[in-house]
Design a binder for this molecule. Structure first.
Ligand code: IPE
Ligand code: IPE
Ligand code: MG
Length: 230
């Protein structure tokens, strides 16, 4: 395929892990494990294509409602991932974690900080993981900081407000891909996605790979983006 008009920033709502497992008579946590493999493949493919930014929705603030054993299995997966970020570092990729991270145990948070620090000078690709992330939580968190820090109202605009969001420094998202058949945002990047294009697929995330990602990019390249203009 010809790769043209690729998004600068692509967001992934990695949905369908549970149903992927259920279909095979497996526990949901095995679906999440396969989802983690698909995440790595998607990140690699984005990097190969020269895409600069990708953000992966891995755990929403609402996902805390899930049964304890499922949340525990997810936390363990994130923690395991953090134990080996050398691969990302070697590929000149920067890692970022966005969300309300105080939810995680201190040891996991320390690993997140270490991973961010170790990769902060990498310039090839920025891979952000949205963990205990909620768009509403992010906006409220920004407003609370603005109030407590005493904000200069005349200097407040859409750009300066963006500096208070967890995504500070990341460009707005151009394309959001959601697997698993649902056609909703589920509280993902609600500020940053104001002009994003959406791509939905019934494929469960563990089955989502390079070929379908190419299809999403192909469709994106053909969308007419006007940003309110003509
Ligand atoms: C997405 O898959 C991963 C998380 C939300 C953590 P789900 O776990 O939501 O899978 P389904 O939607 O139940 O199939
Ligand atoms: C969205 O999936 C969150 C993530 C993929 C991390 P959910 O499965 O939680 O979304 P809903 O509940 O179907 O909206
Ligand atoms: Mg789901």
């Amino acid at each position: 395929m010809i790769y043209e008009n690729l998004p600068v920033h692509v967001g992934f709502i990695m949905d369908g892990n549970g149903r992927w497992a259920k279909k095979r008579g497996l526990p949901r946590k095995l679906g999440h494990r396969e989802g983690a493999k698909a995440f790595k493949k998607c990140a690699d493919h984005c990097m190969k294509l020269g895409i600069k930014f990708a953000t992966f929705y891995a755990f929403s603030t609402e996902n805390q409602k899930r049964p304890e054993d499922e949340v525990e299995a997810l936390l363990k997966l994130f923690d395991d991932y953090l134990d080996d970020i050398r691969e990302m570092d070697a590929k000149n990729a920067r890692l970022r974690f966005i969300g309300e991270l105080s939810f995680f145990p201190d040891s996991t948070r320390e690993k997140m900080l270490e991973a961010e620090n170790a990769t902060k000078n990498n310039t090839g690709f920025t891979c952000s993981l949205a963990l205990n992330y909620g768009g509403r939580d992010e906006i409220l968190h920004a407003v609370k900081r603005l109030v407590t820090e005493g904000c200069n109202l005349s200097a407040l605009n859409e750009d300066t407000f963006g500096d208070y969001l967890y995504t500070k420094g990341l460009p707005d998202v151009d394309l959001i891909i959601r697997t698993g058949g649902e056609q909703r945002l589920s509280n993902f990047l609600i500020w940053q996605a104001a002009y994003a294009e959406y791509y939905y697929t019934d494929t469960f995330f563990p089955d989502f790979g390079k070929r379908e990602l190419d299809k999403a990019f192909e469709e994106f390249a053909e969308r007419g983006r006007r940003f309110g203009g003509v």
